[in-house]
Every structure is written in structure tokens, then in C-alpha cells.
Ligand binder design. Sequence first.
Ligand code: PHB
Length: 366
Amino acid sequence: MTTPKLFTPTEVGDIQVPNRVVMAPLTRNRARSETNEPFDLHAAYYSQRASAGLIITEATQISPEGKGYAWTPGIHAQRQIDGWRQVTDAVHTAGGRIVLQLWHVGRISHTSLQPDGAAPVGPTAVAASAYTFDGNGFVETSTPRALATDEIARVVEDYRSAARNAWDAGFDGVEVHAANGYLLDQFLRDHPNQRTDRYGGPIENRVRILREVFEAVTDVWPAGRVGVRFSPFSNFNDVADSTPMETFGTAVDVANGFGLGYLHLVEGETGGSRDLPEGASYAALRQRFDGAYMANNGYDRQMAIDAVERGAADLIAFGRPYIANPDLVERLRLNAPLNTPDRDTFYGGGAEGYTDYPFLTADQAA
Ligand code: PHB
């Protein structure tokens, strides 16, 4: 029997990977509560999953303002860098590769999560019809303040210093989170972005902040170690666009112009249906990009094998299966049964439902 291509090596930009199974970014809300630091529990969790071709960390805020949920980690303070260093060392010792996802939530936040209880920031001062988690429960997101035109350079600088911090923490690369209704996605789409300055209006303007972020991040990192994630047809967190193929076609062109290592798309509704609107095509977006294409959303073993075999994707990112199966690559390779993820322990808590999912036993693997 020939080995399916899913289990064969490839390059993700400058990163050599032994297989095409990727651990998708997964918010787990287990960082230290006051300081937003990852610690040895995170090192254990990620290193258990080191057989993935590539690990993408949970979304990690680039600045205090970029935070939108309780207990998510940051990459803007020395102790956070030190915590992430434990993670990268553990993953590398276990033979893995790991990139950090750079995150600014924009308006998907709550005043209680912001420095000095301030309003979150966004392209426009309109609240999302969305919820966040403040540590006690789900709360409606707060009405944001619109970023002033001359303030955007400061946000871009926050991306640059977070990218530098990720370098110092020993990561193999970074992924710019431009998906799921967070800050960069809020700028890209014409429903949440109602600006009339050079960051709003036509797509050439809406994509400007993304271009500036890529400029900043690729000052720090070789472009081949930078990826980007978009969710072009997802309405998660109350974002919508009147011409998504045009919007994301342009966004992909911008990413391609920088020579980024990979393009990562959420295919369909984030964590939901893979159905596409009329006229939508991932293949057409991917065609505009020269680097690796990473597909995500609801893939099972057979779909993943087929997609890579027929060249529809270079890599497949798995989310929920990676919560419950640290040895997902081995289980997929053997077509072994998967552990079922426990929703009650997705967000918050400690080791339970985090580092205690069983690996295949020697008997099962035989
Ligand atoms: C979440 O915390 O719910 C979350 C974070 C990042 C995403 C999607 C969802 O991209």
C-alpha cells in the first residue's frame, strides 16, 4: 500500500515538515489570569502534539488592547516570552515545529478585559452582535472606539514588537490572524469597516492595514516563515462583505506580494458548515498564491487524504480532533479510532481535558 501524501514531507515556506497534518490554532483559555502567561502546562500540552507536521499556537494577543477573552495568552511582556520559551523548547525537544498566531481582537472584547476598563478599538465605533467570555460567563461585546487614522501606525508597531517577541521566544515562524471577525478581518470587510479615511472604502484602502502589518512582521521574520489566516466566507463574530471574492482575492494578492510561506483558509463557517455562497471558490483564491495552501474546517481522515492527494490542499489543519488526540498523526496513519473531545473542558480550567487525553497504547497501535 502506498503512503497517502498527507503523511509525506513538504515545505511550508521555509519550514520543512515531515507530514501535512497541522494542529490548528485553538483558544483554550488556560494562561495565568493576571499576567496572561503560558507556563509548564502549556509546554506539556503542545509537546504532546509535537508529531504534527506543524503546530499553530492558540491565538495570542500582541498587546493588552488586543485581548478579548479571559485567560488567553499574550506575547507583549517578558514573562509571556519566557512562558512561550518553555513551550517552544519542549516542542523542539520532542521533535516538533511551532508557529505563533499573532492576534488583535479589535472590537471583539469587553471593557472589563481592556486596560483601565477602556472601550475596545475597531475600525468603526459600532458594536458587534457577538459575545465574549469575561472569566465569569459570556457577555455581549462592548461598543468600540474607532481607531484614529494616525493611531494605526501604533497598532502596526504592536504587531512588529510581538513578532520580535515571538522570535525571542524561539518560534519557527508566525501566523498573522486575519480571520474570524477580529481586528484585521474587521478592516478587510465592508460591513464592519465604515471608515472614510485611507483605511476604509474601496478594498485597496481596507487592505492597507494588512499590508502594513505584513511589512512590519516581515521586517522581523523571513517572509517564508510567515503565514496568514483568512475566513473569507465566514460570518463568525458578525462580519460580512458584499463582494468577498474580490475582497479576499485582493488580500491574497497582498500576502502573495510579500512571498509569505503559507495561506491558511477556514473553508466555510468557522467551526461550522462547509457550504459556500454562490460564486465562492477556495481554489480560485488559492490559485493567486504561490506558497503552501493550508485548508481547515471540519476535515476528517478521508477528506484530508483525498484533498491532499488530488492537490486541492498542501496541508490540512485539524482543530477539534487535536484537542482530544495528541497523537493524531499516528491515529490517522493507522486509521485508529479517535478520542472524543469533551466540550466542557474546551475553555478554561487546568490539566483536565487538556493534557490528559490518552495516546494509543502499544496494543492499539500494533
Ligand atoms: C474564540 O476564542 O472563541 C476564538 C478565538 C480565535 C478564533 C476563533 C474563536 O479565531
